[in-house]
Write a protein that binds this ligand. Structure first.
Ligand SMILES: [Zn+2]
Length: 283
């Protein structure tokens, strides 16, 4: 299993194109370039450059070309050998984020949550150098993020090992999209990869939608009481106001946060995670 860092900095490939330079050809040459990203761990910056070299040929006139790809910390440059001024079109996904997500397998969502929780609560004990409201709003969002990551990773782990759960969640969240038999046959993990990507495409909020996902996978609700469901639905709405309107309601009223509201929210989040842990562990 690759670590996040390895996945982020793995070699990956992209399509490049440029005008064929043969005097009697006006075609565009296409080629696939696999390149190595800048190695941030290299001791000297000059050692960190990734260099790779590829051959391609014009599909029309068969003129051969050599492509040189050089990666810097800021991005990658591709040149056609012998034509230093020739423009090469390409789109590098420099962060490889899609590939990173596809390779991501959660390890221990509960342990990750607990470490993040302790770190955040420690922050509350230090006199904050920041203006109170933005600081506490940030603390609120940090708790929301770690809760949503915990919920999402718990679902990912469950569907990785339980075919019934995988199919049940897939029925709920996969797009009603048609796949060819060739696409399906090409990947032995087709169902898992498809449902996983659909899950990673959305945030798992602690509201009715997130509850539905958990019901599909674990046949149980994540909310012990109706009051809990109502509380977290409200918090999910406030989250939306915080991320989209900088903490203002639709009517322009500022949501209030202080140390007390954050401590209460942290405790409610902790209780919810504790309840989901019981479900995950079959208790
Ligand atoms: Zn050509």
């Amino acid at each position: 299993m690759p670590s996040a860092k390895e996945a982020m900095w793995d070699a990956h490939s992209t399509e490049v194109s440029f005008d064929c330079q043969h005097p009697n050809c006006d075609h565009i040459v296409y080629g696939e370039v696999e390149f190595v990203t800048f190695d941030v761990s290299a001791e000297n910056v000059s050692d960190g450059h990734g260099f790779s070299r590829f051959k391609t040929a014009c599909q029309e006139c068969s003129t051969e070309y050599t492509l040189n790809a050089l990666s810097f910390a800021t991005g990658t440059e591709v040149k056609v050998e012998g034509y230093p001024d020739l423009r090469v079109d390409y789109e590098f996904d420099d962060y490889g984020y899609e590939e990173f997500l596809a390779n991501y397998e959660p390890d221990n969502p509960f342990a990750t949550f607990m470490v993040a929780r302790v770190e955040l609560l420690n922050l509350l004990q230090i006199p904050s150098p920041f203006p109170a409201l933005p600081f506490y709003r940030m603390m609120f969002l940090a708790h929301v993020s770690m809760l949503e990551a915990y919920l999402s990773d718990s679902l990912l782990l469950a569907i990785a090992s339980d075919t019934q759960a995988l199919l049940a969640l897939g029925e709920t969240i996969s797009e009603k999209k048609k796949y060819t038999l060739t696409e399906i046959a090409a990947n032995p993990n087709f169902v898992y990869d498809t449902v996983k990507a659909a899950l990673q495409d959305r945030s798992v909020h602690p509201n009715e939608v997130g509850e539905k996902y958990f019901k599909q996978v674990f046949k149980q609700t994540i909310f012990r009481t109706d009051e809990t469901r109502t509380y977290f639905r409200k918090m999910t709405e406030i989250r939306h106001d915080c991320t989209h309107r900088n903490g203002l309601t639709r009517e322009g009223v500022q949501h209030h946060f202080d140390r007390g509201t954050i401590e209460e929210f942290a405790e409610r989040v902790n209780q919810l995670v504790g309840h989901v842990e019981n479900i995950r562990n079959g208790r």
